[in-house]
Design a protein. Structure first.
Length: 124
């Protein structure tokens, strides 16, 4: 139980740090400070859990029909939608456009992959 809480906090802080890094890249995301990034990361996780899961279920028949060929594209689009919705919910966390959300989703995926290389084995 304690280990799960530690993993949650570590992932939460790393997500906030990723948002801050992406903010510095100036690709259409404005976070407004680390405290706002912490709030945005938490709301992002909740929106992803609720909306992201629902969208995955809706997209499931398309993935079956295409034999998973466009799975990465669907996942990427859902991540962009989740980011865009989060920007509507968190004051000060702004995404310039949906295209910016698509780019931010790609950069977040790369950062997530990179941190999983190093952090993943610790919590294995």
């Amino acid at each position: 139980m304690i280990e799960a809480a530690v993993v949650f906090v570590v992932v939460w802080v790393l997500s906030a740090a990723a948002l801050m890094i992406i903010d510095r890249l100036e690709i259409g995301l404005s976070v407004g400070g680390f405290q706002r990034a912490i709030v945005a990361a938490l709301v992002l996780a909740i929106v992803d859990l609720l909306l992201g899961t629902a969208l995955q279920l809706v997209a499931w028949p398309i993935e079956i029909l295409t034999c998973g060929l466009f799975d990465w594209l669907i996942t990427w689009a859902i991540a962009a939608i989740v980011l865009y919705v989060t920007s509507m919910l968190v004051e000060g966390f702004e995404i310039a456009s949906f295209l910016s959300a698509v780019v931010v989703a790609l950069v977040m995926a790369v950062l997530s992959w990179f941190t999983n290389l190093f952090i993943g084995p610790l919590f294995g």
